[in-house]
Design a protein around this ligand. Structure first.
Ligand code: AMP
Ligand code: ZN
Length: 120
């Protein structure tokens, strides 16, 4: 089976998606789940993850374009749900170790609720 589709038993986020590891879900549909980050970097910090296992943004293919777009639509809705859409929020993909990626299952950070400096 395509390694990107197969659930990875060694992957924490695959286990969360399967309900085998606890998490605080804030959104769920066929394509993505969103849950609260356990080490929040701001008052609002949620992760939007595809239900299929894709390790990093580098592994995203043309066929995933609709999925990526959906992830941003969900991020946008979550920003409204958590009332940061007007004050401001950040969406981030960390890609590989040099950018701080620690979990190799694609996830979009949605961070807000405080002033976010730039550069990060
Ligand atoms: P990254 O460093 O970009 O790979 O992001 C991984 C994120 O997952 C970090 O912000 C962690 O705090 C978060 N994290 C780690 N374990 C869990 C967990 N069990 N539930 C929710 N978030 C987690
Ligand atoms: Zn996974």
């Amino acid at each position: 089976m395509d390694y990107r589709v197969e659930m990875q038993s060694s992957c924490l986020f695959c286990r969360i998606i399967r309900g085998e590891s606890p998490s605080q879900f804030v959104y769920q549909d066929q394509l993505v789940v969103a849950f609260k980050d356990t080490r929040p970097q701001a008052p609002v910090h949620v992760l939007v993850c595809p239900t299929k296992h894709i390790p990093t943004l580098n592994d995203v293919q043309e066929e995933d374009n609709a999925l990526l777009s959906h992830m941003f639509q969900v991020a946008k809705s979550l920003a409204v749900q958590f009332s940061v859409h007007e004050t401001g929020y950040r969406t981030v993909f960390n890609v590989n170790a040099g950018a701080g990626q620690t979990i190799y299952h694609l996830h979009l950070h949605v961070i807000g609720g405080r002033l976010l400096s730039w550069p990060p």
